[in-house]
Design a protein around this ligand. Structure first.
Ligand code: OOB
Length: 541
């Protein structure tokens, strides 16, 4: 059995192979390519635990055998939600080895998100922290206790912390493993930020993803001396592959796991492990800039990458002086395309642009509303296709028909302009989404859940500007007098919605403004949220 996905047309696939982008190697190659003495190097540092490349290989092979012993077969799917711990990679590589295709949900995702993913992939396996009772209860129902793997306290040997929910210890299948998965097929699903109400899944193949990892390593010049701090959620495309942990593995470097991106957690890790690279979202960069200089030794830092949301030039400018390292801007998307400022770019480019595509075969179009190319420097919508940009969301034909054109270009929904040197500047967005400091909130998803509350007549969620986060979310709600924000928040939480999606502010209104065609006029609401926000800040100060 294989996972269905929209393939690249044959002529493109042929070209990507001929160019050497798609090599036919499995994604596990990032670990397995390190043999002999190279496999003795440290791949992961996690708390007091150290995993060599040989350990990551051996443990993920054993875990794969345990999955097979439970009857998991190529083409099955898995729902995984693990914190930033070494075990995340052990499970990921184990699943790749047995051809089981995972959705790696973010640690912030709750019952609501996991239910939505499970509905789409119908998982044969789930992997969760044992302590998360709500999720354990949900997945016990969905996959059954014999297919629910629980992660407990860290164990020195890496997989001793796992146990099946039916109480059995891990037993390994002694039979020969089946033939390796087809590298042109789906390796795993990435998560879309979403803007249509249902979380969408992005099939990523071994070929395309491995290329994006290798090319990122090349652009970033990573080698085995790299010590990368994994402080953002491990499954996110940025931390996983841009160049992320997989890039660092490919280069033979070390990934240092951090439970969260705060200076309190990260600065001691940087000092202790002589971290050289870190990847951050803009609000965390601001917090780091404030906290730097407090006595912690950050002198090992060579590069801080910032992406996921727009970085203001004023903040970008402070990086070299405050953190004594270089800045790299990364503008990417789980759907594929990743843009980098290059490490030898001039300071203006690094501060003011979000970089340029990583592959010579990334094709970019910047189009106006009528679908015509805009002149250089003008703002338009970003469309793209290329050797690691997907060709269709999983099981979403109607949506795919809207976001892909006849030539296979994907509409990212980002408004960009072209700067000198082929660099892109992100100027805004044409999708119904809030980018809360890099965390994406699908407005419709929250609106639909709010509308399910008996008191709510109608709700519209929009972004409001925020000095630290870039944006926060504001819900305009038609509800009877006396309805309390706390009650609506509790209601959303009760449905298992991730915390970061809870509206930061509620505004109760008698009516919502409408456009000429009768849709909610979000532009007017955004404007109102912005003005109210400015007002609140004035009155507060
Ligand atoms: C990354 O991936 P996603 O899938 O969480 O979000 C993609 C969207 C982009 O379409 C854009 O709207 C926004 O996030 N974005 C940025 C940005 N990087 C991403 N907006 C402005 N400036 C940036 N530097 O966020 C992602 C994936 C791989 C690498 C880096 C980020």
């Amino acid at each position: 059995m294989t996972i269905p996905f929209t393939p690249w047309p044959a002529a493109f696939a042929e070209r990507y192979r001929a160019e050497g982008y798609w090599t036919g190697d499995p994604l596990t190659d990032v670990i397995d390519r390190h043999r002999g003495a190279a496999a003795e190097a440290t791949a992961i540092l996690c708390g007091e635990r150290r995993f060599r490349y040989a350990d990551v290989q051996g443990l993920s092979v054993r875990l794969a055998a345990a999955f097979r012993a439970r009857g998991l077969r190529p083409g099955d799917t898995a729902l995984v939600r693990l914190p930033n711990r070494a075990e995340f990679y052990l499970v990921f590589f184990a699943l790749l080895r047995c051809g089981v295709v995972p959705v790696n949900a973010l640690n912030s995702h709750g019952v609501y998100e996991l239910t939505a993913y499970a509905r789409q992939i119908e998982p044969a396996l789930a992997v969760l922290p044992a302590a998360d009772q709500a999720l354990v209860a949900l997945m016990t129902q969905t996959v059954g206790p014999e297919r629910l793997l629980l992660l407990g306290a860290p164990s020195d040997d890496g997989i001793g912390g796992f146990a099946w929910a039916d109480g059995d210890a891990l037993a390994e299948d002694a039979a020969e493993p089946p033939p390796a998965a087809d590298p042109s097929g789906v390796a795993f699903f990435q998560l879309s930020g979403g803007s249509t109400g249902t979380p969408k899944l992005i099939p990523r193949t071994h070929d395309d993803y491995l290329y994006s990892v290798r090319r990122s390593v090349e652009i970033c010049g990573l080698d085995e001396t790299c010590r990368f701090l994994c402080a953002l959620p491990a499954p996110h495309n940025f931390t996983l592959s841009s160049p992320g942990a997989l890039g660092v593995f490919h280069a033979g470097g070390t990934v240092v796991m951090a439970g969260d991106p705060s200076p309190a957690t990260c600065f001691p890790l940087i000092a202790r492990h002589r971290v050289t690279w870190a990847a951050l979202v803009p609000p965390m960069l601001s917090v780091w800039l404030e906290a730097a200089g407090g006595g912690e030794d950050l002198s090992s830092l060579e590069v801080v990458q910032v992406g996921g949301a727009k970085l203001s030039p004023a903040v970008a400018e402070r990086v070299p002086e405050r953190l004594c390292c270089r800045l790299q801007q990364v503008f990417g998307m789980a759907e594929g395309l990743v843009n980098y400022t290059r490490l030898d770019d001039d300071p203006w480019t690094v501060v003011n642009t979000q970089g340029r595509p990583m592959s010579p075969d990334d094709e970019i179009r910047i189009l106006d509303a009528a679908g015509h190319p805009v002149p250089p420097g003008a703002v338009g919508e970003l469309w793209t296709r290329g050797p690691y940009t997907f060709r269709g969301y999983y099981k979403a034909e109607a949506h795919n028909a809207r976001v892909f054109d006849a030539e296979g270009f994907y509409c990212s929904g980002d408004l960009v302009s072209l700067a000198p040197g082929g660099n892109l500047v992100v100027c805004g967005r044409n999708k119904d989404q809030i980018n809360r400091g890099g965390e994406k909130i699908d407005a419709q998803e929250v609106e639909d859940l709010l509308a399910a509350h008996p008191a709510v007549g109608h709700a519209a969620v929009v972004a409001m500007p925020d000095a630290l986060m870039g944006e926060r979310s504001c819900a305009f709600v038609i509800a009877p007098p006396g309805t309390k924000p706390s009650e609506l928040r509790r209601f959303l939480r009760g449905q298992g919605l991730a915390d970061f999606k809870l509206p930061d502010r509620f505004v109760f209104v008698p009516d919502l403004p409408k456009t000429a065609v009768g849709k909610v006029d979000k532009q007017t609401l955004r404007e109102r949220a912005r003005k109210d926000n400015a007002l609140m800040e004035t009155t507060a100060s």
